[in-house]
Design a binder for this molecule. Structure first.
Ligand code: WQD
Length: 339
C-alpha cells in the first residue's frame, strides 16, 4: 500500500516514514526542504534499507498539488505533517503561518477528495488547548482561544477537516494532538534538524552542551508550578511516529468509530524545564550552563495529556521515557557535529 507523507523529511515525518516502511508500507514523501535536507532520505535508507520516493514540492502551489495527485492517484492514505510549528515565530509572523499551514491543508484535501481511498492523518497539536484549566487534559476539553497563531492554525485545521468529513462521506480522518515530541531515532541516523537558532528546548540544550550555544535561557521560573518553570508532556518522537502507523491502520481497516477522530499523543506525565535539564545532565554526564530569564510570550504554564482514549480506543501507549529521549537527542547532536 502506497502512503503519502507530506513534510516527510521533517522531524516527526522522517521518523514516521521509518516506522511505515518497517511495517511494509510503500512511502512517497513530499517536502519543500524549507526546514530539512535531502540527507534525511539517506538517513531513512540507512535504517530501513529502503529509499523512499521523494518529490520536492511546495504545497502552497495549488497547480503542483493537483499535478502530483493526478500522478499518484493510487494512494491508500495521506499523513499530513507539512506545516510551520514554532510558537514564538508564529506570533511574529502570523500571516506566514496562516498562509502556509491553512492553504496547504485545503489544497491537499481538495485533491484527496478525487481519490478512491481517502484516509487522512492530520498532524495537530496540544497547543489547540491553549492554557488548560484542568490537567491532565482530555480530548473533549473545551477548545480555548489559541495562545499563538500556530496553535490557531491547528484549531482551524481540525475544523476544516471536521466540516469536510460532513460532506465528503468517503473521507476518514484522525487528528493526532502531539504534546512535545523530542529525541531522535536510537540509530542516530535521523533526528531533529533545527535550522538556525533552535526555537525548541531540547535542541537548544544539546547545542549548548556542545558549546554551539553560550548558555540555555530558561524562560521564566515564576510560574505556578512546582519549581516555577513551565511544564510540558515530553514524548519520544519514535513513540509519536509509531502512533501514526496505528492510526493509519485504524482507518485502512475501517476500525474508526467516526469519520473524524481526535487523539492526544502524550505520555501523561508533566516535566518542568528544570526536570528536562536534570534528565539531560544525568544521561550525558555533563553539567548544563543555563540562566533564568524573562518569560517567553505565548508560553502556557503547564500542559500534559490524559492518555486514556489513545491507550484504550486507538490502542497505542508511549513506551519510552524522558531519559530515553534525552539520551537519544544527545547521541544525535554529537553525531551530526561529528563529535
Ligand atoms: C518548551 C518549554 C519554553 C526554549 C512545542 C512545539 C509546538 C507543539 C508544542 C507540536 C517552554 C521552554 C524553550 C528555550 C526555554 N508541538 N524553553 N528555553 O513551546 O511547548 O511548543 O510543543 O505541535 O510545535 O514548538 O516547546 O520546546 O519551545 O518550549 O526555557 O530556549 O521550554 O518556555 O516552557 P513548546 P518549546
Amino acid at each position: 500500500m502506497k502512503i503519502l507523507v507530506t513534510g516527510g523529511l521533517g522531524f516527526i515525518g522522517s521518523h514516521t516514514v521509518v516506522e511505515l516502511q518497517q511495517e511494509g508500507f510503500e512511502v512517497v514523501i513530499i517536502d519543500n526542504l524549507s526546514h530539512s535536507s535531502l540527507d534525511v532520505l539517506d538517513g531513512i535508507k540507512a535504517i530501513t534499507d529502503i529509499k523512499p520516493q521523494f518529490q520536492k514540492l511546495d504545497l502552497k502551489i495549488k497547480k503542483d498539488v493537483k499535478t502530483f495527485f493526478k500522478k499518484y492517484n493510487d494512494l491508500a492514505g495521506v499523513i499530513h505533517f507539512a506545516a510551520k510549528k514554532a510558537v514564538g515565530e508564529s506570533i511574529k509572523e502570523p500571516l506566514m503561518y496562516y498562509e502556509n499551514n491553512i492553504s496547504t491543508l485545503v489544497y491537499v484535501l481538495q485533491e484527496l477528495s478525487e481519490l478512491n481511498q481517502q484516509n487522512f492523518i492530520f498532524s495537530s497539536s496540544c497547543t489547540v488547548y491553549g492554557q488548560a484549566d484542568i490537567l491532565p487534559i482530555t480530548e473533549n476539553e473545551a477548545i480555548k482561544v489559541a495562545e499563538s497563531p500556530y496553535g490557531n492554525t491547528k484549531q482551524i485545521g481540525e475544523e476544516i477537516i471536521r466540516d469536510t468529513c460532513k460532506v465528503n462521506k468517503k473521507l476518514n480522518s484522525i487528528a493526532l494532538r502531539y504534546f512535545n515530541p523530542i529525541g531522535a531515532h536510537p540509530t542516530a541516523q535521523i533526528g531533529e534538524l533545527p535550522i538556525g537558532v533552535p526555537q525548541n528546548l531540547v535542541p537548544y540544550i544539546t547545542q549548548t552542551a556542545l558549546g554551539i550555544r553560550e548558555q540555555l535561557s530558561v524562560f521564566g521560573n515564576d510560574y505556578k508550578t512546582l519549581d516555577g518553570t513551565c511544564v510540558r508532556d515530553y514524548i519520544h518522537v519514535v513513540d509519536v511516529a509509531k502512533a501514526h502507523v496505528v492510526a493509519l491502520k485504524r482507518l485502512l481497516d475501517n476500525k474508526n468509530d467516526y469519520d473524524f477522530e481526535v487523539f492526544n499523543l502524550g505520555t501523561g506525565k508533566g516535566s518542568s524545564v528544570l526536570d528536562v535539564i536534570e534528565s539531560f545532565e544525568k544521561v550525558s554526564g555533563k553539567k548544563l550552563k543555563y540562566q533564568i530569564m524573562d518569560r517567553r510570550e505565548g508560553d502556557v504554564t503547564s500542559i500534559y495529556a490524559e492518555t486514556t482514549k489513545a491507550n484504550d480506543v486507538l490502542g497505542w501507549k508511549a513506551e519510552l521515557t524522558l531519559d530515553d529521549a534525552m539520551a537519544s537527542a544527545w547521541k544525535w547532536e554529537q553525531k551530526i557535529r561529528n563529535k
